[in-house]
Design a protein around this ligand. Structure first.
Ligand SMILES: C[S@@+](CC[C@H](N)C(=O)[O-])C[C@H]1O[C@@H](n2cnc3c(N)ncnc32)[C@H](O)[C@@H]1O
Length: 272
């Protein structure tokens, strides 16, 4: 990872820590999907890439029990600090931490039963090398599962928020947009997993409808976590104008007295 990228995540880490739960995941449904597709259960030795503030590593530690283990890894020591705090709060003993990029993992070949990564692959500077590394450290028959965002038009909240922040700050932030939705297209992640040496590769696009209350700034935690470093300098009046702009941009999704928003993830998984 370049110094500039690392600094970005270091700067964003405080927003992530503030938005993260103190203990168990409050966004566990995607973690359980990763756990299922990576075939994680009691006693498994697991590696989680780009764990950030502990997702899905904390859920994996709970799923594998005392006989199993998980190594939570991330390129940013500051992001990983949030995961350490949560594990300590919960008294979890079967988790360890490693500050490393996924492109150069400090583990022997054939070490793990499963590798997971939630919303991390698109941020890697060289995702293919990251996938090859995952393949290398997995035991024969081991499983890997990667979750990325689905298409922009099926993720109304983030897409609307991002557009509003761009026009509000009068900046061109398309590079960030494309990174967020990298791998959202059909077939792209599958092809890369195959190129990295995985077999039995499949993927699945999930689209969920989320109902949110009108009049509530329900996007705040997500905005600060995701785009906090862009908007944290805004004064109260500007922040309130930005929130109004976001509310307005979500107006087309009002239905039956609430917002009905789409949220979409793509899961790709394979075997060594
Ligand atoms: C969007 S966050 C996801 C965090 C967590 N997995 C989650 O779902 O909440 C992306 C994470 O990827 C990490 N990251 C970026 N590039 C990386 C790389 N090359 N290797 C490992 N981690 C990386 C960042 O530091 C950040 O913590």
């Amino acid at each position: 990872m370049s110094e500039q990228q690392d600094e970005t995540w270091a700067k964003r880490a405080e927003h992530w820590r503030q938005a993260a739960p103190k203990g168990a995941s409050n966004h566990d449904a995607p973690n359980q999907i990763l756990i299922k597709y990576a075939d994680i259960g009691e006693g498994k030795k697991c590696l989680d890439l780009a764990s950030g503030a502990g997702e899905p590593a904390i859920s994996i530690a709970l799923a594998v029990g005392e006989a199993g283990s998980v190594v939570a890894t991330d390129a940013s020591a500051e992001m990983l600090e949030g995961a350490r705090e949560r594990a300590a709060n919960m008294g979890i003993k079967n988790i360890s931490f490693e500050n490393t990029v996924m492109e150069d993992l400090p583990f022997e070949d054939n070490t793990f039963d499963a590798v997971t990564c939630r919303f991390g692959l698109m941020h890697a500077s060289d995702p293919l090398t990251g996938l090859k590394e995952a393949n290398r450290v997995l035991k024969s028959g081991g499983k890997a599962a990667f979750m990325v965002h689905g298409p922009a038009d099926k993720n109304n909240q983030w897409t609307s928020m991002h557009k509003c922040v761009q026009s509000f700050l009068e900046v061109d932030d398309q590079a960030r947009f494309h990174k967020h939705y990298r791998f959202s297209a059909d077939g792209e992640l599958i092809a890369m997993l195959q190129e990295a040496g995985f077999t039995n590769v499949l993927d699945e696009l999930t689209v969920t409808t989320i109902t949110q209350e009108i009049g509530k700034i329900f996007w705040e935690a997500n905005l600060m976590r995701s785009l906090g470093s862009r908007v944290e300098g805004l004064d109260e009046a500007k922040m309130s104008a930005l929130n109004e702009a976001i509310a307005e941009s979500l107006a087309p999704f009002k239905k039956n007295g609430a917002y009905e928003l789409l949220s979409s993830n793509r899961m790709a998984y394979g075997t060594v």
